[in-house]
Ligand binder design. Structure first.
Ligand SMILES: Nc1ncnc2c1ncn2[C@@H]1O[C@H](COP(=O)(O)OP(=O)(O)OP(=O)(O)O)[C@@H](O)[C@H]1O
Length: 252
């Protein structure tokens, strides 16, 4: 079997006495959209924080394409190809959309944002990556628009654009549809489907319609632990999952 994109072994994160993530061993295959579901407080965002490097684990390991990255800081992981979008939008509101994407692209360079004066070749690369990312997230017509003036949905699109400017192979998406109206959700779900064609994704999302439309594998977490992992059909049909989390509305 092909080497997985990402693997966790016995990943655990404690906050004082609370095991927010408890002994989680998961495999994320190359090219697959893998959603993590679970009730509030299940530990989903903490898992993403551990995978992105925003939080160190208490114990356990993370391997990315076969390499142990458990102790690597966020920027090293970004340069290896792990991109992340946050639950709360992370854009710089006073900058234009293109400049926000330039920042994303800059963070991928060796030395990252600490490189105050990148070379001319590096600047050209940053510009090209930023323009490409803006097109990928569907905001090419908004290049010179100040980010603060975007709608909520467009801000989330821009956040995805900033992540894409880092040229990730693995996308970590924490509730990309949060707070969106129906039309915005539809647009961003479509965007995610397009990106899923040539990227691996780990997705946290409460919008079940979107999850069932995009995801191929689903892990359900409860109280920091994995309850079940399977295909969309298996999870929809699982009595354990339905009882613990999905409720009647998700019956097949
Ligand atoms: N920095 C922190 N300090 C202390 N406790 C934390 C911290 N971050 C998360 N927790 C706790 O860890 C548990 C898991 O939180 P987490 O945010 O990972 O859950 P979640 O499944 O993402 O929930 P939601 O769907 O509400 O975002 C919760 O009980 C939360 O209060």
């Amino acid at each position: 079997m092909a080497e997985p994109m990402l693997e966790t072994r016995a990943l655990t994160r404690r906050f004082g006495g609370l095991r927010a993530v408890n002994n989680v061993s998961l495999t994320f295959e190359v090219g697959v959209v893998h959603a993590i579901l679970g009730p509030n407080g299940a530990g989903k965002t903490t898992v993403i924080n551990l995978l992105s490097g925003d939080l160190p684990p208490t114990s356990g390991t993370i391997r990315f394409r076969g390499r142990d990255i458990t102790a690597r800081p966020v920027q090293r992981r970004v340069r290896m190809g792990i991109g992340r979008s946050y639950q709360k939008t992370n854009i710089l509101p006073e900058l234009t959309c293109l400049d926000n994407c330039r920042l994303g692209a800059l963070s991928r360079l060796p030395g990252g944002l600490a490189r105050i004066r990148p070379s001319r070749a590096a600047r050209r690369q940053v510009q090209a990556r930023a323009e490409h990312a803006l097109a990928l997230c569907g905001l090419e017509a908004r290049a010179d628009t100040i980010a603060a003036t975007l709608s909520h949905g467009e801000k989330r699109q821009l956040e995805i654009g900033m992540m894409m400017a880092t040229e990730p192979t693995l996308l970590l998406l924490d509730e990309p549809l949060a707070g969106m109206g129906q039309e915005e959700s539809r647009r961003v779900t479509e965007l995610l489907r397009r990106l899923a064609a040539d990227h691996t994704m780990i997705l946290i999302e409460h919008d079940m319609d979107a999850v069932f439309a995009i995801a191929e594998r689903i892990t359900v977490m409860v109280n920091g632990a994995v309850l079940e992992t399977g295909s969309v059909e298996q999870i929809r049909a699982s009595a354990t999952v339905r009882e613990a989390y999905l409720g009647e509305e998700a019956e097949p």
